[in-house]
Ligand binder design. Structure first.
Ligand code: URA
Ligand code: SF4
Length: 191
């Protein structure tokens, strides 16, 4: 059976709405449970993601999986993971504002189908786009804000944690806060 999300994915895989389509190997649509109440949003695919077609599958992704596992979350079971832009920016540069704008309708549609109760932004780019343009992630990570009935929080990007391991305990605290919020809202899936 084709669910809403699968139909959307099939359409997204054809997308040529911005210049990033030219150099991609795969459109990286997203991974996870379409019924998840928790959505994680990164910046955009890197090299490994572009080659495999799945978000966060490089070293950063392995670290993300560990952080998720520590609070009883699993990328295929009870969260949904995607990115602001679905195609890899060349040399992993930040996605340009116009690329983010071009791609945002896909994220909005994913949001409309999944209807998460909690959104975790992975890194500065996602946090600035989804929470507020002047987000100071090193100061404000781990803090939940409610926006239109959805609880939003930003944590440090896994790639930043690999570059800067001293920030790992702070990120771990953010995932503990995420677990607390899930329990408080009673919105776990398939635990
Ligand atoms: N970094 C991101 O922001 N997203 C990915 O999917 C992989 C690395
Ligand atoms: Fe389409 Fe987004 Fe890929 Fe640009 S990055 S081509 S808008 S899917």
């Amino acid at each position: 059976m084709t669910t809403g999300l699968e139909g959307l994915q099939a359409d997204c895989l054809q997308c040529k709405k911005c210049g990033l389509c030219a150099s991609r190997n795969h459109v990286v649509f997203g991974v996870g449970n379409a019924q998840a109440k928790v959505m994680l949003v990164g910046e955009g695919p890197g090299e490994h993601e572009d080659l495999e077609g799945e978000p966060f599958v490089g070293r950063g992704g392995q670290l993300l999986d560990k952080l998720l596992a520590a609070v009883d979350l699993d990328r295929r079971l009870n969260v949904y993971i995607t990115n602001i832009v679905k195609c890899r920016p060349p040399k992993n540069r930040d996605p340009l504002p116009e690329e983010q704008e071009a791609c945002l309708p896909w994220l909005r549609r994913q949001f409309a189908v999944i209807r998460p109760k909690i959104v975790v932004c992975l890194g500065r780019v996602a946090a600035m786009k989804m929470i507020k343009p002047d987000m100071k992630i090193t100061k404000e990570h781990g803090q939940f804000v409610e926006k239109n009935g959805v609880w939003m929080m930003a944590t440090l990007h896994p790639a930043a944690l690999l570059r800067n391991p001293s920030q790992k305990p702070g990120a771990f605290e953010d995932f503990l806060a995420l677990r607390e919020k899930i329990d408080e809202l009673g919105c776990d899936v398939a635990r």
